[in-house]
Design a protein around this ligand. Structure first.
Ligand SMILES: [Fe+2]
Length: 221
């Protein structure tokens, strides 16, 4: 049989990417002052509550109580609005068209994290909610010789993905995200993740959040 009898074709037209996992990585512009104000608020909170919440996923470090979103401060109002904007946009993007206008009400919890030298977060998910995320406030001074210092790593939820034993393919990827100030992430809460040990001077400051979503009564389009 000659090669011509088996025609070539465009594989892109035949591939369906199924069961996709959204990870939103959004860098909010012009955030210098906002980050300074949020950092000040978080540091002030730690100064007044050295114990904080205690331990969640953190090994070392300080975590605030989970009610940060209720703190009376203008910077928290903006923070909440940023979360709402990000989540709402993703919901509209991922919702299937029902022929009706769809609107969603959000319930948000948030807490601040301060990791210092050698502090890290173990592998975990965020139970009892739908979407989770983090906002990066201050990067600290991570040791340049330590490549993963303070980086978030998200684990592949396809537990058997590495059955495809072809290195350097889409099936062996590790997903790291750098904690750049002003960057906000959002992912489904069931996605396992962890934070590599922060090694360096100063503090790695972030604010994590959970979101539950309730669909409002559907209105005719
Ligand atoms: Fe987390």
């Amino acid at each position: 049989m000659s090669e011509e009898m088996v025609p070539d074709f465009d594989i892109n037209k035949s591939v369906r990417l199924i069961f996709a996992t959204p990870l939103v990585v959004h860098d909010w512009p012009n955030s210098e002052q906002f980050n300074q104000d949020l950092e000040k608020l978080v540091r002030h909170s730690e100064d007044n509550d050295k114990d904080g919440y205690g331990t969640r996923s953190n090994a070392g470090g300080w975590q605030s109580p989970g009610n940060l979103i209720t703190w009376k401060d203008p910077v928290v109002d903006i923070f909440r609005q940023r979360i709402e904007k990000l989540v709402t946009n993703l919901l509209q993007e991922t919702a299937r068209d029902t022929g009706k206008n769809r609107s969603f009400r959000l319930m948000i919890d948030a807490w601040a994290n301060i990791n210092r030298d050698r502090d890290y977060n173990v592998v975990h998910t965020h139970p009892n909610c739908m979407y989770s995320g983090v906002y990066y406030v201050h990067q600290g001074e991570p040791e340049k010789a330590i490549p993963y210092s303070g980086l978030l790593e998200i684990l592949d939820p396809r537990e058997a993905a590495n059955y495809v034993q072809i290195r350097h393919s889409v099936f062996d990827a590790r997903e790291f995200v750098e904690n750049i100030p002003g960057r906000m992430l959002l992912w489904p809460s069931w996605l396992k993740h962890w934070v590599h040990p922060y090694q360096g001077k100063g503090e790695r400051i972030s604010v994590a959040f959970n979101v539950n979503v309730i669909e409002e009564n559907e209105q005719p389009a």
